[in-house]
Design a protein around this ligand. Structure first.
Ligand code: ATP
Length: 321
């Protein structure tokens, strides 16, 4: 391949820039022209490209967000949008595309691959909800951000003998809530994979710790749990007598400097993706499995499923007593 493109798509995630940098530098080093596509698949449709060189990715490894901007492109998911994107790729001589995003973005990459533009997906999403991967770029930074924020909330919660209910991201998966919940010593962790029961999962757990002298509580709730955290806090206060507050962490979870793990893995994955395209291998998803970087057929990857570690969930509650 002589010319490739790289784009970031879906929700932004810290570490995407490190992946873009690795893609661009690996391509340049190997004599491949590389275009940065602006605003995900929208840029691919409209030919919104920047030719990248070694220096266009200087000083970005430390930055959160994505210098290529990201988007959710409704048009790309239509037949007409897809056709336009393919025409644009052909006009610009783009022979392969590296797509950094979540599984929605991989579906787009699969469709493009099927129509003759080889794509390689790199998992970039804070949710860690991509089935073929143990880990996704941005997840580690996001966990650390949640931990830092909740540590701060804990200080004030402790000073006032309060219960603080914190909603974290994770619409379809509880990985962030479960691991962050363990890291902050939450009394209860509510995740979408476990049907919510306020009595069993919150009140009983709080009361059992109260009996041994605990006076302040952190409850972590994944966004995907069907509960309004503000109402939950009111109900907890009414039923336990403990003054309760609620907080939705929101978009603060997406930003910030990427952690070492996210920068290193993003660099490895970006390099790996370009090496695949250099060998004329497309239609793949780069994945992290037990710290190793591997790749899967994109169709196979999208059909895989992954389940939350229920043993970890049990351990979390066994030690928050
Ligand atoms: P995140 O996990 O952060 O939400 P994501 O990649 O899953 O990231 P989506 O919004 O689901 O985010 O998808 C990103 C883009 O991928 C969509 O805006 C759309 O352009 C494209 N896309 C999603 N699903 C499909 C599909 N079935 N066919 C073609 N394109 C798709």
């Amino acid at each position: 391949m002589k010319t490739i493109a790289v784009l970031t798509s879906g929700g932004d995630a810290p570490g995407m820039n490190a992946a873009v940098r690795a893609v661009v530098r690996t391509a340049c080093k190997n004599g491949i022209k590389v275009y940065g596509v602006i605003r995900g698949y929208n840029g691919l449709i409209n030919g919104d490209f920047i030719e990248m060189d070694l220096r266009s990715v200087s000083d970005i490894i430390n930055r959160g967000g994505t210098i290529l901007y990201s988007a959710r492109s409704v048009e790309f998911a239509t037949e007409e949008g897809m056709r336009k994107a393919i025409r644009t790729c052909q006009e610009w001589g783009i022979e392969g595309v590296v797509v950094i995003g979540g599984d929605g973005s991989f579906r787009g990459a699969r469709d493009l691959s099927e129509r003759g533009i080889p794509c390689v997906g790199i998992p970039g999403t804070i949710d860690n909800d991509i089935a073929c991967c143990d880990y996704t770029i941005g997840y580690d930074t996001c966990l650390n951000t949640i931990m830092e924020m909740v540590d701060r909330l804990r200080d004030t919660s402790e000073s006032h003998d309060r219960c603080t209910v914190v909603e974290v991201m994770g619409r379809r998966a509880g990985y962030l809530a479960l691991n962050a919940g363990i890291a902050v010593g939450a009394t209860a962790i509510l995740i979408p994979e476990i049907p919510f029961d306020i009595e069993k999962h919150v009140i009983e757990r709080m009361e059992s710790t109260q009996r041994t002298g605990k006076k302040h509580f952190i409850i972590i709730v994944a966004e995907g749990v069907n509960v309004d955290v503000h109402e939950l806090a009111k109900e907890i206060e009414a039923r336990t007598g403990v003054e309760s507050r609620s907080m939705t962490l929101g978009h603060v979870q997406r930003g910030g400097y990427a952690t070492v793990k996210d920068r290193v893995m993003a660099t490895r994955m970006g390099n790996y993706a370009v090496k695949l395209l250099m060998d004329n291998i497309g239609n793949r998803v780069v994945a992290a499995q037990k710290e190793e970087v591997v790749d899967y057929d994109i169709f196979e990857a999208l059909n895989m499923s992954k389940s939350i570690d229920l043993e970890l969930y049990d351990i979390a509650h066994e030690v928050s007593i």
